[in-house]
Design a protein around this ligand. Structure first.
Ligand code: DX5
Ligand code: ZN
Length: 215
């Protein structure tokens, strides 16, 4: 299974996003956290910033929508430059209709679950999805601690589908990346662990090596 690292720009310097992206040139994807102040208590960035970043970055954009009504916005995010569009089962949108719309737009569809959401909520959609995102912190903020109790959900998804990308997001560092990989994850979001490092490219390599060793 291919390991992919998706650094979260939530932990980068928002005043210098173009140069921050140039520090992660070996990343497999760029994780972009979109928060609306309703689904989560924080507000971040939206389509205009993604559109601007798309012009200066060739790495695929992994857009994590932490918003209440994702269906209403998937067209706009696709147009802005999202390559993978990830939304939450706990949002208000119809899950099947939102997945169908993302695929119709020619983008990859991903479905996310919060730490307390049962894995059963995502299983009925596995056949249609390119990726499942299992949150290992409560969504909303970077720099929180990895919740090991979420690991059985990753195992359950991997048992159902051996080929799907399973992404973990929240508190992923050089040691927790191995726990998540052992459980069956292969796509790793890391904000603080990458952008908090003096050498983000080295941090990405270390995360990847540690994940491969644990697989
Ligand atoms: C949290 C976001 C994460 C966050 C991860 O709601 O979805 O992507 O940036 O940050 P770290 O890796 O610092 O926990
Ligand atoms: Zn995220």
């Amino acid at each position: 299974m291919e390991v992919k690292i998706s650094p979260s720009i939530l932990s980068s310097d928002y005043a210098n996003l173009e140069s921050e992206l140039s520090r992660i040139s070996n990343a497999d994807m760029v994780h972009i956290d979109v928060m609306d102040g309703h689904f989560v208590p924080n507000i971040t960035i939206g389509m205009p910033v993604i559109k601007a970043l798309k012009k200066v970055c060739d790495i695929p954009f992994d857009v994590h929508l932490m918003i209440s009504n994702p269906y209403d916005y998937v067209d706009s995010f696709a147009k802005a430059g999202a390559d993978i569009i990830c939304f939450h089962t706990e949002s208000s949108s119809n899950i099947q209709a939102t997945i169908d719309r993302i695929l119709y737009l020619g983008k990859k569809a991903a479905l996310a679950i919060k730490p307390d959401t049962p894995v059963g909520d995502v299983l009925p959609y596995l056949d249609k999805l390119d990726m499942v995102l299992v949150m290992t912190v409560e969504p909303g903020f970077g720099g929180q601690s990895f919740m090991e109790r979420v690991l059985p959900k990753i195992k359950a998804i991997r048992e159902r589908r051996s080929d799907i990308d399973i992404e973990v997001d929240g508190g992923v560092d050089f040691s927790t990346v191995a726990l998540a990989a052992e459980a069956g994850a292969n796509v790793f979001v890391a904000g603080s662990a990458v952008f908090g490092s003096d050498c983000p490219c080295d941090a990405i390599d270390t995360l990847k090596n540690n994940a491969y060793s644990a697989l």
